[in-house]
Design a protein around this ligand. Structure first.
Ligand code: AMP
Length: 357
């Protein structure tokens, strides 16, 4: 168990690192951010920034020497960097979780081997593979790059066995190694924010219902409009995944809900998750504090929700709404300290608490 005053290293300097650093500070810890970009959102609220590439060996060495434990805020941390750090200090979540989540094929294989249902899928390395995969999966699917896809980037929707369309799709993703996923006719998208400590204790927050716009998360609402059976199915899958990974920390796990209430896993992120931001406003212990507790070896906190709420991302020009949001009652605003509001850039979020009437 880390004593107050200990130092936690965070790889990645974005808003998730920022909110982790703030939660760490509340628990009496210091934080050091490893991030190549100067004056990043996380470093603005941390004790120190090591300004270097994520795979810079001497920077990683310096981080390991200065920290009692190291964690990360994004899933594309180079696996070799996390593995190297793990030879020098404690790294949570385990680098294995990074490795699996970085490759959609490894992720689907791991989920299926852990007894968790996903959309049917095929590996696609060229146009022939794609045509074969489309005919195997009902002539309809989503082509996704195996690596570095996020917020709907690196994805192409396909219908029918059209050679020209297939060639175009493979060109769109620049011939990158890919996967074809069967198209899931879902009724809603939900996620669960799950935490596990070193001893194997698990705590889950309430299931969140997510709505995306232009491939980016727009709103997350709790409670989700799902049955108890559906919630239990998500919780079961989360338990299975956390234990299979021998996970320590918080993880975001996304699902599709089908018409009959059953669920299909979409993907997981081995980190705090945008769809869990509402926890800072509607729970005594936020996902950020929960993650810091887990990696610091402190007891996990209560995940009960004291209010219903809706979190809305503030993307690009949405920040212009800030004065109006500040005038609302029951709105909890969080801005990320980013100077420039570029289109598609997450600038902050607001959680609107539904107060009891
Ligand atoms: P992803 O980056 O894999 O989370 O995909 C982005 C979004 O595309 C998801 O949130 C869904 O709305 C949609 N999507 C992804 N995979 C599928 C699928 N197999 N079937 C239907 N819709 C999907």
């Amino acid at each position: 168990m880390l004593q107050a005053g200990s130092t936690i290293g965070i790889i990645g300097g974005g808003q998730l690192g920022r909110m982790l650093a703030m939660a760490a500070a509340r628990l009496g810890f210091k934080t050091i951010i490893l991030e190549p970009q100067e004056d990043c959102p996380a470093a603005q609220v941390a004790n120190r920034q090591i300004t270097a590439a994520y795979d810079d060996r001497s920077a990683l060495q310096a981080l390991a020497e200065a920290c009692d434990v190291v964690t990360y805020e994004f899933e594309n941390v180079p696996v070799e960097a996390a593995q190297f750090l793990a030879t020098q200090t404690i790294v949570y979540p385990p680098p294995l979780a990074l490795e699996i989540s970085q490759d959609r094929v490894a992720e689907k294989q791991f989920l299926n081997e852990s007894g968790i249902a996903t959309a049917p899928w095929r590996i696609v390395d060229d146009v022939q593979d794609l045509i074969a995969a489309l005919s195997a999966l009902g002539e309809r699917g989503i082509l996704k790059t195996r690596r570095f896809g996020y917020d709907g980037k690196g994805q192409v929707r396909l219908t029918g066995l059209d050679n020209e369309a297939a060639a175009q799709a493979v060109g769109t993703i620049r011939n990158a190694p890919a996967i074809l996923e069967g198209f899931v006719e879902f009724t809603r998208e939900v996620s669960v924010i799950a935490a596990r400590d070193k001893a194997g204790n698990v705590r889950l927050y309430d299931i969140t219902e997510n709505i995306h716009k232009n491939g980016i998360l727009d709103t997350s609402a709790v409670p989700a409009a799902i049955s108890t059976d559906t919630a239990v199915a998500c919780a079961r899958a989360a338990h299975k995944l956390l234990h299979a990974l021998d996970y320590v920390g918080v993880l975001g796990f996304e699902f599709f809900v089908l018409d009959d209430g059953s669920v299909i896993a979409n993907e997981f992120a081995p980190r705090v998750h945008n769809s869990g931001h509402w926890t800072e406003a509607a729970c005594a212990v936020s996902q950020f504090e929960q993650h810091i507790r887990a990696v610091a070896g402190l007891p996990l906190g209560d995940t009960r929700r004291h209010s219903d709420c809706v979190m809305q991302n503030l993307i690009g020009d949405d920040v212009l709404q800030v004065p109006a949001i500040l005038a609302e009652s029951d709105a909890v605003l969080h801005l990320y300290g980013k100077a420039e509001a570029r289109p598609g850039r997450k600038m902050g979020h607001v959680t609107r608490i539904k107060s009891e009437k």
